[in-house]
Design a protein around this ligand. Structure first.
Ligand code: E4P
Length: 216
């Protein structure tokens, strides 16, 4: 499973990239608003660090506006993937961007039918938001399983990004489901390293090594 970071925080992206575990990044207007600097500069810097797909979102809500924004975003760097919201106008834009050879990530997906339409229109990626579904009392991962089954049944090539991830168990469930990608906040990425037995085990090894060092 590919791991994407769901953040625009450069230092976090750089640290995770140094571990060799990050295949891409997703941003959205909220994540960009938390950082200093110009949108284009932030996106370019992220692309240079990860050298993988980096989603940058349009803010127009009509197809013409989305396509114009998408062309400008795609010009920033070859790694840019244009994030398009799931709307009828958004699906029109997905279709036109596919013809233009611009990669897309259909965002704000909350139903299997929305994911089906995105794939038919030619989206490169689709992002079901599982945490927000969980927050509303649904089982977000059920949506991921439905989308994967539909794509598998009909041979769609659109890759599924499990998005709106809240905790490490979401990552495990995404992996078990066979989802192509999980995008996660840096805090979740950090938690994936942790296990109390690892800490206790290391402490004991180091303490025992002190005894060995004391030998003459
Ligand atoms: C996906 O690409 C989105 O940026 C993101 O996962 C949204 O998650 P949230 O529900 O934590 O805002």
């Amino acid at each position: 499973m590919k791991i994407f970071l769901d953040t625009a925080h450069i230092e976090h992206i750089r640290t995770a990239a140094e571990c060799g575990c990050v295949d891409g990044v997703t941003t959205n207007p909220t994540l960009i608003s938390r950082e200093e600097g110009q949108f284009e500069d932030i996106v370019r810097e992220i692309c240079e660090i990860v050298q993988g797909p980096v989603s940058a979102e349009v803010v127009s809500t009509d197809a013409d506006g989305m396509v114009e924004e998408a062309k400008k975003l795609a010009d920033i760097h070859e790694c840019v993937v244009v994030k398009i919201p799931m709307l009828l106008e958004g699906v029109k834009a997905l279709h036109r961007l596919k013809e233009l050879g611009i990669k897309t990530n259909c965002t704000l997906v909350f139903s299997a039918n929305q994911a089906l339409l995105a794939a038919k229109a030619g989206a490169t990626f689709v992002s079901p938001f599982i945490g927000r579904l969980d927050d509303a009392g649904h089982v977000g991962m059920d949506l991921v399983r439905e989308v994967l089954a539909i794509y598998e049944n009909y041979g769609f090539e659109t890759e599924v990004i499990v998005a709106s991830v809240r905790h490490p168990l979401h990552v495990v469930e995404a992996g078990v489901s066979g989802a192509h990608i999980t995008t996660m906040p840096y805090a979740v990425f950090e938690k994936m390293f942790k296990h109390p037995f690892t800490d206790v085990g290391l402490e004991r090894f180091l303490a025992d090594w002190e005894k060995v060092k004391g030998r003459s």
